[in-house]
Design a protein around this ligand. Structure first.
Ligand code: AMP
Length: 130
């Protein structure tokens, strides 16, 4: 079944569109964290960003940069917070959240950094990425 975002791309569901090109669409989030909270999506429905082709991945982030720049100018915000989640809608999207201060984006509670776990994890990742 088509994702809700594919339905937006196909015009079956309305959106507040802010940008479109052949491969991407950007529109306002229906349940915004802040004014101007925007989603940038590739039109092609892919669930996980790791499954995008390399050129699609690069093009998505170039589009995120372009839309972020306009959003920053338009809102006068200090920073655009970028988030990739995807638990609710399994169609790749990047959240662009205009913020004026740290508290404008709700950061989840932090864990205690366990030195031993950090040592093991960094070692394993270093090996995996070598
Ligand atoms: P997540 O998949 O966890 O990154 O969250 C999906 C995001 O999509 C949420 O922020 C929703 O508010 C947003 N969303 C879901 N349906 C729509 C829609 N029809 N139009 C705009 N945003 C939507």
């Amino acid at each position: 079944m088509a994702s809700v975002f594919t339905k937006i791309v196909q015009g079956e569901i309305p959106c507040h569109k802010v940008y479109e090109d052949d491969a991407h669409l950007a529109f306002l989030d229906i349940n915004p964290i802040q004014r101007g909270h925007t989603l940038v999506i590739p039109k092609r429905e892919v669930s996980d960003f790791l499954d995008l082709e390399a050129d699609e991945y690069d093009a998505l982030w170039r589009t995120v940069r372009k839309v972020s720049s306009a959003l920053k100018d338009e809102t006068g915000c200090k920073r655009i917070v970028l988030i990739v989640v995807g638990y609710e809608v399994p169609h790749v999207h990047v959240h662009l959240v205009p913020t004026f201060e740290l508290d404008d984006y709700p950061i989840p509670p932090r864990m205690e950094l366990d030195d031993i776990d950090a040592e093991g994890l960094s070692h394993d990742l270093l090996e995996r990425l070598a």
